[in-house]
Design a protein around this ligand. Structure first.
Ligand code: 26Q
Length: 840
């Protein structure tokens, strides 16, 4: 084997006093001193070079210092107690900002705020100077971030493993109504939260070929040789628990070139080849893929996936060898690897490879370990989004892992054929390798075969998985399948983003809800209390004001806070049906133009979200929203009755302003298509009322809040399946005067007067009998529900009551609950209290 990549393992025994730090104080004065020192001495700034950015940076270091001892103590406690751990493997961690979150968890927001006030600085301005860490696309990435937050609060030894992308999710700009993408160089001004750990670097192999040989004992062995290696350097980010001295870690890998390239290739005289090679290595973690459904066949994406899996597993084994020596007998008892979708599922083959080729375990022992430590979470019901990679690409990039996959498959098919002798259709469906003109590796099949647990992310989703996509696997191994309904962390998504409402809640039921969201139930007693209602309404109003300011700044449109704030923010996708939303807007506009405005409720509609850069239909939907917005907002007949905006560059920090200010939450996907949704939970928690289909976690939201406090519409998943067989949108349109009028306005080119034909693909999709999303089918039911909502909003007391009841019923949707369920059924970790940090 080649040399270790960085030799910083020569640790020395330091003088004990070197490690003895005086206790760090949480008092205002001490915070002020550190802040000043960082600003003037570490950053070297003075009054002439005082920007919010540098003030933010100085504050971030001040806060980070207060996490540091806790971080080390937590690590030490896990090691000394030989704690069983879960490694959460995810290509995405959509962290957003860290400063407010760290202050909230250390419970020093007030002290910091007062300290800054003394210097005439607004805390909020420094908070706004932090760039979002946008290392994820949407739901799946943000879920990973909420999970690690909850695990730290629950004191569970869970380590997040991901990639440190130089460029996160692209910045969305709108030009003439069209989306354009700009690179998001989020670390350009540095990242005060991360700590580089080069001493734990790992070498990752790509390419080359395998050699089979016999060792002295006559055992068959395999060498993977002539590879092009890349280094993985870990960067750790602290993940603080709430007020509990636990600080867990998120370890993100950065790729760099090894040092060998210049020696070998440079000496051979091919300098440019050598430099190109270096570039290739650095490209691996350069950019996040901005698709939230799989984009097939991109070699760099497969490199990213293997790079993450291999680096994280090697890191885990390194630690195991250091603590336990070269004996893997109890490895299973101490580890679990949770795979966030199939993206890191190459880990199944990689763990086998490391155990067999490097640590000389037998196949059976290695398989026992692998198949008892891996657990897979599925996040999609769309069959076309299931990840597949050409075998040929695997052969070129990962020849040794491919051999192992083939062997896993051969053994698995032998087992399956004992269950279904001669049923070649079934075996063909189950196979990890899809045969055909271009043979493919099916990553979900690999993940299921290699895992002891397979879960969906909401009750309906898990049910549909075992009835549909994974039915045959379920027949084979029913015990593997389970549901874990998603959640969100109430620390960020209520306490931090909605301090006004949080305080109001505290005054009535205390603060326990911050770590036990079920406590919100106690607030139900105040749902009819007029004073409480008034205060609730005042907080909502203040939040709507803040949201209106954001809209004014970003879109130049005035939102009146007395209007109904009707919000849909999420990735742009046909199945999420932003189109249905905009059809309703056109319907309202048409009513106004017809003078049909008796008993009208003023409405401000906000739509936001990013389209995958290659998804033409999604981009056209954005353009339609913008064009409709232009017509509506500039028509003097419309005035305050209706406002529409497309908010550019939707991201975590925008949602922190949006969800507290929402009255109505749009969760209107075609039933059976949205695995869970998590935005729906954030809105509910902040007292918005949902208009939704029976899809994903909406079903459970409805169950918790009751049908009086939820606006249900649309076909059920079963009805969708039925209707698809015999779908005639033209007949539906012809039979519905309102829909007819909307389609007429669209076809007449009213929203694209200078861009003829632009929206034809949209018009065609709505009228097509093959429209998979059944937009026309749900139009009537949607418009009727919206009309009920408009009426309901006019009774402000009752609306407020519904709003309160949504918050009080949101207890189930905390990731604290989700994590406890993962832990009870899958991970089985002990909660561990670290040694208490020394504070003054
Ligand atoms: C895969 C291969 C190649 C390139 C990209 C991808 C890729 C990347 C991201 C595929 C899918 C995603 C993201 C999926 C996602 O966010 N799914 C959402 O997960 C949420 C959390 O469970 C659910 O609430 C949503 O319903 C689901 O859509």
């Amino acid at each position: 084997m080649k040399e270790p990549v960085t030799d910083r393992s020569n640790t020395i025994i330091p003088h004990p006093e070197l490690m003895e730090l005086p206790p760090i104080s949480m008092a205002k004065q001490a915070i002020a001193e550190d802040f000043q020192r960082y600003f003037s001495r570490t950053l070297g700034r003075d009054s002439e070079h005082c920007t919010n950015h540098y003030l933010y940076e100085a504050l971030a270091y001040t806060i980070r210092d207060r996490l540091m001892e806790r971080w080390k103590n937590t690590r030490r406690a896990y090691e000394q107690q030989h704690a069983r751990r879960t490694c959460y493997l995810s290509l995405e961690f959509l962290i957003g900002r860290s400063l407010s979150n760290a202050m909230l968890n250390l419970d020093i927001t007030d002290e910091v705020s007062k300290m800054l006030f003394d210097y005439g600085i607004e805390l909020e301005e420094l908070v706004d100077a932090e760039h979002d860490a946008g290392l994820g696309n949407g739901g799946l990435g943000r879920l990973a971030a909420c999970f690690v937050d909850s695990c730290a609060t629950l004191q569970l030894p869970v380590l997040g493993y991901g990639l440190r992308y130089d460029y996160g999710m692209f910045r969305q700009k709108i030009h003439n109504g069209h989306q354009t993408e700009e690179p998001d160089h989020w670390m350009r001004d540095g990242n005060p939260w991360e700590l580089e750990r080069p001493e734990f670097s790992q070498r990752i192999q790509f390419g080359g070929h395998t050699e089979h040989w016999c060792d002295d004992d006559g055992t068959l062995r395999v060498r993977w040789v002539a590879t092009h290696d890349v280094l993985a350097i870990p960067y750790d980010t602290p993940v603080p628990g709430f007020n509990n001295d636990t600080v867990n870690s998120l370890r993100l890998w950065k790729s760099t070139a090894t040092d060998e390239f210049d020696l070998e290739e440079f000496n051979a005289g091919d300098y440019s080849e050598a430099v190109a090679e270096k570039n290739n290595a650095e490209h691996i973690t350069m950019v996040l893929y901005p698709n939230d459904a799989s984009e097939n066949g991109k070699e760099l994406r497969l490199r990213q996936q293997y790079f993450l899996a291999s680096a994280s597993l090697q890191d885990t084994i390194r630690r195991w060898l250091r603590l336990e020596g070269n004996n893997f007998d109890t490895f299973v008892d101490k580890h679990c690897f949770q795979l966030n979708d199939t993206h890191p599922s190459i880990a199944v083959a990689e763990l086998m490879r490391l155990l067999i080729d490097r640590h000389h375990l037998s196949w059976d022992k290695a398989w026992h370990i692998t198949s008892h430590t891996m657990a897979y979470t599925n996040h999609t019901l769309l069959p076309e989004a299931l990840e597949k990679w050409p075998v040929e690409l695997f052969q070129k990039l990962l020849p040794r892992p491919l051999e192992i996959i083939k062997e896993i498959n051969a053994r698995f098919l032998t087992e399956a054929s004992r269950r279904w002798p001669g049923d070649s259709d079934k075996l063909r469906n189950l196979s990890i390798i899809e045969e055909g003109h271009t043979p493919m590796v099916r990553m979900a099949n690999l993940a299921i075969v290699g895992s002891f647990s397979v879960n969906g992310v909401a009750a309906l989703h898990s049910q549909l998985l075992i009835e549909g996509l994974f039915r045959e696997f379920y027949e084979l191994w029913p015990h593997k399948f389970n549901n874990k309904t998603n959640g969100v962390t109430q620390r960020r998504w209520l306490a931090m983003c909605n301090p006004g409402m949080s305080q109001l809640i505290d005054q009535h039921i205390g603060k326990e809800w911050i770590t036990d969201l079920g406590q919100l139930k106690k607030l139900t007693a105040y749902a009819d209390d007029k004073t409480f209602q008034k205060n609730w309404r005042m907080e909502k109003l203040a939040n709507k004001q803040r949201l209106a300011e954001l809209v004014e700044k970003e879109c130049g449109i005035h939102f009146d806070t007395s209007a109904l704030f009707d919000i849909q923010v999420k990735r742009i996708h046909e199945y999420k049906r932003q189109l249905l939303n905009i059809l309703h807007v056109i319907h309202l506009y048409n009513r106004i133009k017809q003078g049909d405005t008796q008993n009208w409720t003023n409405r401000c509609v906000l739509i936001g979200g990013k389209a995958a850069p290659g998804y033409a239909m999604a981009k056209l939907i954005i353009k339609l929203v913008n064009n409709v917005a232009d017509v509506v907002n500039t028509d003097p007949d419309v005035g305050e009755l209706l406002k529409v905006v497309f908010l550019p560059n939707y991201r975590v920090s925008a949602m922190e302003v949006i969800c507290p200010g929402a009255d109505l939450s749009e969760q209107i996907s075609t039933a059976g298509k949205e695995a869970s949704g998590t935005g729906n939970m954030k809105f509910m928690m902040n007292g918005a009322i949902t208009i939704g289909t029976l899809d994903g976690a909406n079903i459970e939201i409805l169950e918790e809040v009751g049908e009086d406090n939820f606006f249900l519409f649309g076909l059920t998943a079963a009805e969708v399946t039925e209707m698809r067989k015999n779908y005639h949108p033209d007949a539906i349109i012809a039979a519905d005067k309102d829909l007819q009028a909307v389609m007429q306005l669209l076809s007449s080119g009213h929203f694209n007067q200078f861009e003829p034909g632009l929206f034809d693909p949209i018009i065609d999709s709505i009228s097509s009998p093959y429209d998979p999303w059944l937009t026309a089918a749900d139009f009537r039911s949607f418009v009727d529900a919206q009309q009920q909502i408009a009426q309901a909003y006019q009774n402000q007391e009752n609306w407020t009551r519904m709003s309160i009841l949504n918050t009080t019923a949101s207890g189930k949707f905390s990731t604290d609950r989700t994590m406890l369920e993962y832990n009870q059924n899958i991970w089985k970790l002990k909660q561990i209290t670290p040694y208490v940090a020394k504070d003054k």
